[in-house]
Design a protein around this ligand. Structure first.
Ligand code: T5A
Length: 211
């Protein structure tokens, strides 16, 4: 049987990394042991290098927004074709920290790139490949950014204005309405509330989809 592809989406500090650890535990307790975590951009040698460029750039060289977009899609193609699809075919479940929805939200919402461009790239390179389940953790930008403010150094995207994150969230909230197999979670709530909801969702979802 093929594995399932579960993706967690949301702004900085929405709790994706925290949620993924929790989801993996629930899946294991429910007998799903062939699991692999991925992150975007990242999760292959090439992609981890692209991630460094996206997050930190080189000697403060300004990255053009379309260059950024194409680096993100280059990394996504590499990840989907060399890691995600082969593992799904072997029956491994993939738990993804971000996927295509991030590019739509950050690059068309935050960076104001024409959405026709992300649509074209999606159609060209991902075709009908989509997550089986997306969990969107919704957080108000100030709350999310406040949670990560004590990290040593802000990366290139974390240094963006509050307006950038508001535009990104607005775009997330718009696209989730059209997305199938998506669960919305209010991640402004305390961790234990978020986890309770995740546990319920995942357990029900496994019952319906893992037979
Ligand atoms: N990007 C990525 C694009 O622009 N386009 C794209 O197409 C893609 C794929 C990736 C960057 O790249 C951009 C978006 C990003 O800027 P990243 O390091 O992966 O960079 O950044 P994030 O994915 O945003 O990761 P973060 O670590 O910043 O946020 P998380 O993973 O959402 O949050 P997490 O779990 O690390 O939690 C942060 C803190 O909050 C606490 C946790 O304990 C932790 O201390 N926390 C809570 N506190 C209170 N209440 C809750 N409910 C909490 N949940 C977590």
């Amino acid at each position: 049987m093929k594995g399932k592809f579960i993706v967690i989406e949301g702004l900085e500090g929405s709790g994706k990394t925290t949620a993924i650890k929790y989801i993996i535990n629930i899946l294991k307790k429910n007998g799903i042991l062939k699991l692999k975590k991925t992150r975007e951009p990242g999760s292959t040698l090439l992609n981890e290098n692209l991630r460094k460029l996206i997050k930190h750039s080189i000697k403060n060289e300004i990255i053009n927004k379309n260059t950024e977009l194409l680096i993100l899609y280059a990394a996504r193609i590499q990840l989907v074709e060399t890691i995600i699809k082969p593992n799904l075919n072997k029956g491994t479940w993939i738990i993804g920290d971000r996927h295509n929805m991030s590019s739509i939200a950050y690059q068309t919402g935050g960076r104001k790139i024409d959405k026709k461009i992300t649509k074209t790239l999606t159609n060209l390179f991902l075709k009908d490949f989509k997550p089986d389940l997306t969990i969107y953790l919704d957080v108000i930008p100030e709350i999310g950014l406040n949670r990560i403010k004590n990290r040593k150094k802000k990366d290139r995207i974390e240094k963006e204005s509050l307006n950038f994150f508001y535009r990104t969230r607005k775009c997330y909230l718009k696209i989730i309405k059209k997305q199938k197999n998506l669960i919305f979670i209010n991640a402004n709530n305390k961790i234990k509330h978020v986890q309770k909801k995740i546990k319920l969702i995942i357990k029900n979802w496994i019952k319906k989809n893992n037979s």
